[in-house]
Design a protein around this ligand. Structure first.
Ligand code: IPM
Ligand code: MG
Length: 358
């Protein structure tokens, strides 16, 4: 089979880690007889510098014409002083919206080989955890009405949150279906003691739970959830939540794994075309040094094989190769504790060697 993959390398370490994932995909293509055709498109700060805007029209068209899209990272101090609409981050929101990617899957699992990297206490880490955060991605306060005006105390700024029944139903459906094929547990996180949107969210999830008797579904308030994630993360299987709560909780969840350089993500819509990216950012301080950890991006490519192309064996092959490399003790600088770290290219070579062996 032939697959067209759009590449959004972006800023900072983006280009290096995307190149690593491309090399891994090419190896998978060779091994299993697929052709992956890669086309780069400009996004973020790179696009601002070269085309005068963070998300050029050609990029959107290119992504929509691809079978799937792999993204590195966007943003950096160079563009931090630009105003809201011209910032690199605006491109991320734009591409999510234009591609209709309302689902964001963010797995946060503790790698047994990296247990000691978690900042959590040993007795908590001992129990392990493997959480799938299902974050709503094209609605809520991120996309609500906003502006500035004269208010009760003079000049003010405002953002608003709205969620339609349809938006809640479609993300909850993804979450229930995800829980069904995992450990059958779903926690819906909201702020229903304060927010009207949360009350509709909760009511809708309860209604839908009736159609999923095999899923054990419960609610949790977001402040409590933030606490429970560090107190007892093993209680969670699938979490479903709104755009902003998901943004915050997924950073917290990634941090407790101790290895944010390892975590992939997938953004999906109604079609098979998705946007796959590492959870970590553009890390401008280490850009261009060939020391970044490419694993999160390589695992994002594995998620693409699974979710966009239904190539389970090929996807598992990458995941297993990464596991083997970690068990063998190979580490990039972020997880090496100063002991002979591998470069980005060397880590990629190790993973490719394992793929060849499997
Ligand atoms: C993320 C990021 C983005 C978000 C920013 C960069 C707009 O934090 O993907 O989690 O808030 O969604
Ligand atoms: Mg975030």
């Amino acid at each position: 089979m032939k697959y067209k993959i759009g590449l959004l390398k972006g800023d900072g370490i983006g280009p290096e880690i995307v190149d690593s994932a491309v090399r891994v995909l090419e190896e998978i293509g060779k091994k299993y007889g697929h052709v992956f055709e890669f086309t780069p498109y400009a996004i973020g700060g790179y696009a601002i510098d070269n085309y005068g805007e963070p998300l050029p029209k050609e990029t959107v068209e290119g992504c929509l014409a691809s079978d799937s899209v792999l993204l590195g990272a966007v943003g950096g101090p160079k563009w931090d002083n630009l105003s809201g609409n011209c910032r690199p981050e605006k491109a991320l929101l734009g591409i999510r919206e234009k591609m209709g990617l309302f689902t964001n899957l963010r797995p946060a699992k503790l790698y047994p080989a990296l247990k000691s990297d978690s900042p959590l206490r040993e007795d908590i880490v001992e129990k392990g955890f493997d959480i799938m955060i299902v974050r709503e991605l094209t609605g809520g306060i991120y996309f609500g009405e906003r502006g500035t005006r004269e208010g009760k105390y003079g000049y003010e700024a405002y953002d608003t949150e709205a969620y339609s029944l349809m938006e809640i139903e479609r993300i909850a459906k993804v979450a229930f279906e995800t829980a069904k094929v995992r450990r059958g547990k779903l926690t819906s996180i909201d702020k229903a003691n304060v927010l009207e949107t949360s009350r509709l969210w909760r009511k809708t999830v309860h209604e839908m739970a009736k159609d999923y008797p095999e899923v054990e579904c419960s609610d949790m308030l977001v402040d409590n959830a933030a606490m429970q994630l560090v107190r007892n993360p093993s209680q969670f299987d699938v979490i479903v939540t709104s755009n902003m709560f998901g943004d915050i909780l997924s950073d917290e969840a990634s941090q407790i794994t101790g290895s944010i350089g390892m975590l992939p993500s997938a953004s999906l819509g109604e079609t098979k075309r998705g946007l796959y990216e590492p959870i970590h950012g553009s890390a401008p301080d280490i850009a261009g040094k060939n020391i970044a950890n490419p694993i999160a991006t390589i695992l994002s490519a594995a998620m693409m094989l699974l979710y966009s192309f239904s190539l389970k064996e090929e996807s598992d092959c990458i995941v297993n190769a990464v596991d083997k490399v970690l068990y063998a003790g190979w580490r990039t600088a972020d997880i090496a504790h100063g002991e002979n770290p591998l470069s980005t290219d060397e880590m990629t070579d190790k993973i490719i060697e394992e793929i060849q062996k499997i």
